[in-house]
Design a protein around this ligand. Structure first.
Ligand SMILES: [Zn+2]
Length: 119
């Protein structure tokens, strides 16, 4: 299953970060492209299951889907593609180059306990 593999690598990436910072990850934000067709619920569930007993246990996962983008051939504008009506928002042209789909990426990890505030 696609999502299980993704969840596995997310747990690994976040755990590594947490270990090097000696902090507990509370929230992690990841993003992926439209074409990856990641199911948020399945991924969150897989992440929670795999995170059990690791540093990521209890970490909230936030998933952002990046829209597919195209570059207008007429004016060079980069825009999010809506397949219902592909049109450049700048010049109205419909001739465009498809940009590569966004990769799976861990964008941000929020940690707890980075600063104990000890005096
Ligand atoms: Zn244009």
């Amino acid at each position: 299953m696609h999502e299980t593999a993704i969840a596995q690598s997310l747990v690994e990436i976040i755990s590594q970060e947490a270990q090097s910072r000696h902090a507990r990850p509370v929230r992690a934000k990841m993003s992926c492209g439209e074409l990856n067709a990641v199911n948020d619920e399945v991924l969150s569930f897989a992440f929670e299951a795999i995170a059990q007993g690791t540093l990521c246990e209890g970490t909230k996962l936030q998933i952002e889907h990046k829209p597919l983008e195209g570059t207008c051939r007429a004016c060079g504008r980069v825009f999010a593609i809506d397949f219902a009506h592909v049109k450049c928002p700048n010049c109205g042209g419909s001739d465009f180059d498809l940009r590569p789909d966004a990769p799976l990426l861990v964008e941000q990890i929020e940690f707890e306990g980075l600063d104990d505030g000890e005096d």
